[in-house]
Design a protein around this ligand. Structure first.
Ligand code: AMP
Ligand code: ZN
Length: 120
């Protein structure tokens, strides 16, 4: 938990979000500024600032986040057409919220780019 972290505030229900999934380890909610028809953030409850801060003991957690993303993709009927998972790590990748999260993007053909950006 980090006091000034927007995602910790969502996890602690101090801030509203459109939550689509939650369990004891993670929460998923709609991105406030969607870059695709389906744009969901999959977030661990544990405050890990960035991918580079992952510890060996977080390996199961990061796997869990991907499994959740797959389940949500299926619930949003993206599993046949496909979807993209993005993790931005650090300033050059455009990370703006320093609480680790996966972007789940889909619902339209996505550009063949490795960047997230608005033009995904
Ligand atoms: P990143 O660039 O990977 O750090 O992405 C952070 C994402 O969080 C952006 O796509 C924002 O639109 C999204 N975001 C920021 N604040 C909120 C919020 N309060 N609720 C939902 N999504 C948010
Ligand atoms: Zn946090």
């Amino acid at each position: 938990m980090s006091v000034d972290c927007v995602f910790c505030k969502i996890i602690n229900r101090e801030l509203d979000a459109d939550i689509v999934y939650e369990d004891e380890k993670a929460i998923a909610f709609k991105d406030i500024n969607p870059a695709a028809p389906v744009h969901i953030l999959v977030v661990p409850r544990k405050h890990i600032p960035s991918l580079k801060d992952l510890e060996k003991s977080d390996e199961a957690l990061i796997g869990h986040l991907h499994t959740i993303a797959n389940e949500i993709a299926k619930a949003f009927k993206l599993d046949n057409k496909g979807y993209r998972i993005v993790i931005n790590c650090g300033a050059d990748a455009g990370q703006i919220v320093f609480h680790l999260h996966l972007h789940l993007l889909g619902g339209r053909p996505l550009l063949q780019t490795i960047a997230k950006g608005r033009g995904v």
